[in-house]
Design a protein around this ligand. Sequence first.
Ligand code: B16
Ligand code: MG
Length: 217
Amino acid sequence: SIKACLFDLDGVLVDTAKYHYLAWKRLADELGFEFTEQDNERLKGVSRMASLDILLSVGGVELDEAAKLELAERKNNWYFDMISKMDDSEILPGALEFLKDCRENGLKVALGSASKNAMTILNNTGLTPYFDAIIDGTRTTSAKPDPEVFTLGATELGVSPDECVVFEDAEAGIEAAQRAGMRSVGIGSPCTLGKANLVIASLGDITVDRLLSIAAV
Ligand code: B16
Ligand code: MG
């Protein structure tokens, strides 16, 4: 039976992808090359340094590790300024209602995000109190599709993987859930998230009742 829901942050609970894009684009501008919203799609769910590598490959730029760390920090400072101004109006449709629904029905709730900025985002949007466990990029060593972030979440909640459902907007996140032995709900398009047990457009399209009644999930 299902005892816990594990949520990705960016793209599932909040739309921080637009801020990531603005900051990465500013970096590309400074480096003198084009970085489109379509390019940005490839960065979703990917760690900060892996994102930088993708961005630099778009511009055909090669740099040593020290220079890369400096650029990643510059990008993160711009990004941090933007997320520091976030509030609860930026919670995605249906997310707050579904988190409350989970708690009212006795399901445990965890965060499983690649972001090292997750606590700032959760605190500014007022979402922190809804979580029993928060696993973010500061607590993991391997990025999705490695299952670490979700495995750690289940351990901290005291549930087994087959009692967990992961909510993810990125293909790498769905794969991470599968590798952790968990069921998954994709948030977005069935084209990219076809491997999930169920795909919905937003958390507004699901209730705990429906989740528990869908045998396939
Ligand atoms: P940071 P998620 C991910 O969040 C984002 O989707 C991805 O675009 C970002 O590069 C990554 O976090 C790292 O974020 O630079 O803040 O540490 O989808 O796993 O919640
Ligand atoms: Mg995501």
